[in-house]
Ligand binder design. Structure first.
Ligand code: ZN
Length: 208
C-alpha cells in the first residue's frame, strides 16, 4: 500500500496521537492532518495556539472535578454568585454537559471522574468523595442526586456514596429506574434524562 504521508516523522507522530481520540482511527486522522496542512494559517496555527492555552489554563478542579480556568478559579463549586441546595453527582464532565444542556436541573455538580471499579483496583481516593462530603456540609445541601450510569459499576459507586453520606442529615436520591440498563448518562436523550430526574427516588439506608 502506498504511503501517502511519505514517512515524515512529525506526521506519523501526529497520526498516532489523533488516532487515539474518540471516534477517530488512522484513516480519519490522515484526513484531519491533510485538512490542517492545507489550512495552515486558518486552522493549524490557531488550533496549536488554542491547544497550548487550554493545556496551560484549564484543569480539573480538585474539589468538585469540574473543568476550571486556572486564572479565574472554579465556577462550579464557588459559592459566591449562586446558592443552591442540591448537588448532582455524575461520573464525567460529558455527563455534566448533557444534564446542563437538557435544562432539567438547577444546582451544583460534583464530577467523580469515573466509577468505583468492581474489580480489585481500589480508586476510592481518586473519586473526590471526601470532598463531596465536605461540600455537602459546607453548603448546607439538602439533596444529593446521584446520577451515575445504570451499569454495575455506576450502581456500586452510588451505594458507596450513599454510605459515605450516612452520617449527614441529607436526602440522597438516585435517578429513576427508567434509565435503560447499562445506560450511560451522556448518551441519553433529553426526554429520558428528564423523566429519570423527575422520577428520582430516595435511597434508603441499609438496615445494617
Ligand atoms: Zn470546583
Amino acid at each position: 500500500m502506498a504511503n501517502l504521508m511519505q514517512n515524515i516523522n512529525e506526521i506519523d507522530e501526529l497520526i498516532k496521537l489523533i488516532s487515539r481520540l474518540p471516534g477517530l482511527g488512522p484513516k480519519s486522522a490522515k484526513r484531519i492532518i491533510l485538512k490542517l496542512i492545507n489550512s495552515r494559517d486558518e486552522l493549524m496555527k490557531p488550533m496549536a495556539k488554542s491547544l497550548a492555552e487550554v493545556y496551560k489554563n484549564v484543569s480539573r478542579c480538585k474539589l468538585c472535578g469540574a473543568l476550571k480556568s486556572n486564572s479565574l478559579g472554579c465556577n462550579n463549586c464557588s459559592t459566591e454568585n449562586k446558592k443552591f441546595n442540591k448537588i448532582c453527582v455524575v461520573e464525567s464532565i460529558a455527563d455534566q454537559w448533557s444534564i446542563e444542556n437538557s435544562n432539567i436541573y438547577q444546582g451544583y455538580f460534583h464530577i467523580l471522574g469515573g466509577t468505583l471499579s468492581t474489580s480489585v483496583t481500589n480508586r476510592k481516593e481518586d473519586l473526590l468523595i471526601s470532598s463531596l462530603v465536605d461540600r455537602v456540609k459546607k453548603n448546607s445541601i439538602e439533596e444529593v442526586i446521584i446520577a451515575t450510569s445504570a451499569t454495575v459499576e455506576g450502581q456500586t459507586t452510588a451505594h458507596y456514596i450513599k454510605d459515605s453520606l450516612k452520617n449527614i442529615n441529607v436526602k440522597v436520591s438516585k435517578l429513576a429506574q427508567g434509565l435503560p440498563v447499562g445506560g450511560e448518562i451522556e448518551n441519553l436523550d433529553d426526554g429520558t434524562l428528564s423523566s429519570a430526574f423527575k422520577n428520582r427516588s430516595r435511597i434508603e439506608n441499609n438496615p445494617d
